[in-house]
Structures are given as structure tokens and as C-alpha cells.
Design a protein around this ligand. Structure first.
Ligand SMILES: *Cc1c(COP(=O)(O)O)cnc(C)c1O
Length: 364
């Protein structure tokens, strides 16, 4: 495809082959054990409807999303696979899980009570995952509740648990003692249900060592190229490239300002290129006067405020850049993590905010 075929201001190229390669690498790092694909938030902004079949074709058979609606949308793409909803079932939605063959992740006693009620009503045992809280303190069963379930089997009557799972709070900080503390609490909870398979590690958790292996890892971010080993070289392949078309290039005089409220002032006669990407596209306003794009391998500084739909770059030192040229805002030459750092946020937030207005092109 040539630039003239394109009608959009910005293109998001997504490399499905790299996502599959990352999944295989994560499975290998998990000792070859089962490894799921986490597809919540539209596969972290990259398109669950495209990522799901690519992972399925590669042999992935376990998938997680956060909302029931996300699961319903991709259920037909994932035959003979576990598809589970991490946030747990909202009261009243339980029958939808049954209809679509989606597993709820039960993270409270009321969740379990409603699931057993549905099991009684349908007269058969219903699959689900049990979520145990081991320190993140968001959703999940407390240790006391887990013990109550073990001691009062009636509470679980009709629930056919597939996995006991928990979620790590600090897996991206390998020396954080919270990791081992959570592992111990998880071991204690699992010991109450010794026959059940376990699911533990997220992306970073896979790299915490053999103790953190389980019957099912649940990586999300690393599939999409986010470094699961912060501080070390990124073992993942880059997956996306965000490029924006230069709309205009103008000359400004020394002393002129660029953008709302004149937060950047030209120190010399300068050439300013405008691109049609802004904070309405999830391009962080925090990158104002801090962002860097890339052209032909060269860094191009972002100048002035990121506005809603437009952003300016100083191309004074790059006479070749003109309207119709493409600046790489994120990609192989402009690492997602570096962009997130410059914006004072996480790569997760950059990904999941990737704008709906970008033209997404899936490769591979
Ligand atoms: C989002 C999420 C994951 C995936 O986490 P990553 O850090 O993106 O790998 C795994 N488990 C749970 C419970 C989650 O919410």
C-alpha cells in the first residue's frame, strides 16, 4: 500500500505474527506449560477480533477478558477453548455465561452463591474459576473465605472449578518481597483444594522463576510487546507501529511560539510540521514539549502542547520532511516503553488508549 492509497491521518500497523511469536516465547519461558492469551480491553487496544483467531490458530486454547461483552464478541472465534471473564459475573448476567459457554471468574462468596443457584436451577455442575486474593486487594476470595468453602462443601455445590487463580501485584519488580509473600498465600489457598489446577503468572510473573510456574499462565502485555522484565533487555518482539502523516510544514521566526498558550518558543528560525494526532486519540497530552517522533531513524522533537487533534514537531534539521511524509510516533524506532516513560505513564495505558480514529492495519 502506498501513502496515496491512505485516507487517514494516522496508521496503526499491528503485526499479528509478532504477537504469535511472543505467545510462543512466553509459553517457552513458562517451561512449555499451558499459557493463555489475555485479550481484555480489545486486546490492549490492538483488536481482539484479529488477535484471538491468530492465537487460536497457533494452538492457544485459554483466553481471558475483563467484561462479559468482550467475551461474547469473540466467543465464536475460539472453538474448544476456555474463555473466562476476570472481573466476575455481575448479578443477573449468570445465564448469559451459560448460553455462550463463557466461564466466570468467581471472586466473592456472593458470586459463588449466584453460580450455585444457577447450577441448582439447571441441574448440572457449572464450570468456573475461583479467584483468590493474595495481596492485590481488589477482587478475590480472602483466605478465611477459601477455608469456609473447603469446610462447607455445600457452598460450592454445583460449581465445577477449573482453576484456582490469583494475580500478582508487583511481578514487574522481581526483588519485591510481595511476590514471594503472594506465592506463599497462594500455595496455602491451593492446598485446601489440592486436586484443582492453578493459574498464577501474568506477563512479568512468568519471568520470576520456576516457583511461579503454574498450570496456566495469563500473559497480556508481553504478547503485545511490552517488556515483562523492566530493567533488562526486552525479550519480546515489537508488535505495533503508530505513524502519522505530516499535514503541513511551516516556517516560524525566532521568538515565535507554537501551540496553545505558547508553551514552546523558537530559539532560531524553525520549520514546524503538524500531524493529525492528539489527545483525543489517546496520544498523551503529557508528551507536550517532551515527546519524540522518528523519521528515517532520526529523533524529531515534539514542540508545544499536544492538542485534541493536532500535534507539532520541530523538523528544522530535516529539510527533506514535507507534507505526506510519515513520522513514527511509536514503533521499532520509538519504543513503547520510552514513550510511556516520557509521558509519565505505563505502556499498558498507552496501548489501551490507542485511538479509535487510527486506521488499524493487521499484518500476518
Ligand atoms: C490483566 C490481567 C492479566 C494480564 O496481565 P499482564 O501484566 O498484562 O500480563 C492477568 N491476570 C489478571 C487477573 C489480569 O487482570
Amino acid at each position: 500500500m502506498t501513502a496515496t492509497d491512505l485516507t487517514s491521518y494516522a496508521i496503526l500497523d499491528i503485526d499479528l505474527g509478532a504477537i504469535v511469536a511472543n505467545w510462543r516465547a512466553l509459553r517457552a519461558a513458562h517451561g512449555g506449560r499451558p499459557t493463555a492469551g489475555v485479550l481484555k480491553a480489545d486486546a490492549y487496544g490492538l483488536g481482539a477480533a484479529h488477535v484471538a483467531p491468530a492465537l487460536h490458530a497457533a494452538g492457544c486454547r485459554h483466553f481471558f477478558v475483563a467484561h462479559l461483552e468482550e467475551a461474547v464478541a469473540i466467543r465464536p472465534l475460539l472453538p474448544e477453548s476456555l474463555l473466562a471473564v476476570l472481573n466476575g459475573p455481575l448479578p443477573g448476567t449468570e445465564p448469559d455465561y451459560l448460553v455462550h459457554g463463557i466461564d466466570p471468574v468467581l471472586g466473592s462468596l456472593p458470586d459463588i452463591a449466584r453460580w450455585t443457584a444457577l447450577a441448582r436451577a439447571t441441574g448440572r455442575a457449572l464450570p468456573a474459576l475461583l479467584h483468590v486474593d493474595t495481596g492485590l486487594a481488589r477482587v478475590g476470595l480472602d483466605p478465611d473465605e477459601v477455608r469456609a468453602l473447603r469446610d462447607t462443601p455445600d457452598m460450592m455445590h454445583g460449581v465445577a472449578p477449573r482453576y484456582v487463580m490469583t494475580h500478582l501485584a508487583a511481578a514487574d519488580v522481581p526483588d519485591d518481597p510481595a511476590n514471594r509473600a503472594q506465592l506463599q498465600r497462594f500455595d496455602a489457598a491451593c492446598a485446601l483444594f489440592p486436586s484443582l489446577p492453578r493459574s498464577l503468572a501474568n506477563s512479568a510473573g512468568i519471568f520470576l522463576g520456576a516457583d511461579f510456574r503454574s498450570d496456566l499462565a495469563r500473559p497480556g502485555a508481553a504478547l503485545y510487546g511490552v517488556n515483562p522484565t523492566p530493567g533488562l533487555a526486552n525479550p519480546m518482539r515489537p508488535v505495533l507501529r503508530l505513524r502519522a502523516r505530516v499535514l503541513q510544514v511551516r516556517d516560524v521566526a525566532a521568538g515565535d511560539t507554537v501551540g496553545y498558550n505558547g508553551t514552546w518558543r523558537a530559539a532560531r528560525p524553525s520549520r514546524i510540521a503538524a500531524v493529525g494526532v492528539g489527545y483525543a486519540d489517546g496520544f498523551p497530552r503529557a508528551l507536550s514539549n517532551r515527546g519524540i517522533a522518528c523519521f528515517d531513524g532520526a529523533p524529531i522533537p515534539l514542540v508545544g502542547r499536544v492538542s485534541m487533534d493536532l500535534t507539532a514537531y520541530d523538523v528544522t534539521d530535516h529539510k527533506a520532511i514535507g507534507p505526506g511524509d510519515w513520522l513514527e510516533l511509536i514503533g521499532p524506532h520509538r519504543d513503547l516503553t520510552a514513550v510511556a516513560d516520557a509521558a509519565g505513564t505505563s505502556a499498558y495505558e498507552i496501548l489501551t488508549n490507542l485511538g479509535r480514529r487510527y486506521q488499524r492495519i493487521w499484518h500476518g
